[in-house]
Write a protein that binds this ligand. Structure first.
Ligand code: A3P
Length: 289
């Protein structure tokens, strides 16, 4: 199948040109948020789609109607993608939920002084790179994945699309100390205690839920229900964009799948880069269930 991997470089970071233009990226960094907006931020493959589902369900008080009838890219559109303005204009969903993969150094200025509620989602980098590697194999709008060893080097150098994972996590996670409207949630936390993570999100969004509503959120955003929900499992995306015969977006949904791909040497190498890149950053990672 022909690949669609055109690259758009913006402020030194490459983006898939199939979905991003210079204009859409520029509009993203200049976007005027409303104080009532909710912004989900992540590096790809960190649990973005999961958080989109959680926020939709929390805002709907556990009612799955919206999450089962409107695709996630419409109810929580990507700020930097070319169709964003049009989708946002046509949407009547409140509060507005917006998603972005942009690093803090590109978006910080437009968030400065705003009360927008930012939810930052991160995941341990070994599982991120493995998930991203598999996604490159099915996504025709991304460059060829190559071997895992090559892919891992590109990840550690920060030359994959969306830039450096280290800069992304350092840039956003460091903001938790200064911004009281930023909540940092990890993939691992959602995995180990989904009920607790949803409760934390609902109280951050000032949308406290009764137990029945919380249980409904947990039920509808567990892995198997999301895998079966075509409004969120990306099966609606055309075959020439996502080659569904090669794998699915909702792939494994586990902590520690990296062990099936990393060699011991690759694991040690990533940890040494992590130590040096993240030395000023007070973050602990969970590597296995
Ligand atoms: P895997 O490829 O490891 O399975 P993103 O939405 O940021 O692109 O992240 C996609 C990753 O999140 C994929 O990881 C996907 O399976 C996982 N994911 C999505 N929904 C999930 C859920 N409800 N529970 C666990 N993992 C989920």
């Amino acid at each position: 199948m022909a690949r669609l991997d055109v690259t758009e470089v913006f402020h030194g970071i490459s983006f898939p040109g199939h979905l991003h233009t210079q204009e859409s990226l520029q509009q993203a960094v200049e976007f005027q948020f409303k104080d009532t907006d909710i912004l989900i931020v992540s590096y790809p493959k960190s649990g973005t789609t999961w958080m989109q589902e959680i926020v939709t369900l929390v805002s709907s008080r556990g009612d799955p109607h919206l999450s089962k009838s409107v695709p996630n890219w419409v109810r929580a559109p990507w700020l930097e993608q070319y169709y964003f303005a049009e989708v946002l204009k046509a949407s009547s969903i409140t509060p507005r939920v917006i998603t972005t993969h942009l690093p803090h150094h590109l978006l910080g200025r437009s968030l400065h002084g705003s009360k927008v509620k930012v939810i930052y989602v991160s995941r341990n980098p070994k599982d991120v790179v493995v998930s991203f590697y598999h996604f490159h194999k099915i996504a025709n709008f991304l460059p060829e994945a190559g071997s895992f060893a090559e892919f891992l080097n590109r990840f550690l150098e920060g030359t994959l699309h969306f830039g450096s994972w280290f800069d992304h996590v350092k840039g956003w996670a460091s903001q938790t100390a200064t911004l009281n409207n930023l909540l940092h949630v990890t993939y691992e936390e959602m995995s180990v205690d989904l009920h607790g993570a949803i409760k934390r999100v609902s109280s951050f969004l000032q949308c406290p839920l009764v137990e029945e509503e919380l249980s409904s959120c947990v039920k509808h955003c567990n892995f198997s229900n999301m895998k079966d929900n075509k409004m969120v499992n990306y099966s609606l995306i055309a075959e020439e964009i996502l080659d569904h015969s090669k794998g699915s977006f909702m792939r494994k949904g586990e902590i520690g799948d990296w062990k099936n791909t990393f060699t011991e040497e690759q694991s040690r190498y990533l940890e040494s880069v992590l130590r040096s890149e993240m030395q000023d950053c007070n973050l602990e990672f969970v590597w296995e269930e």
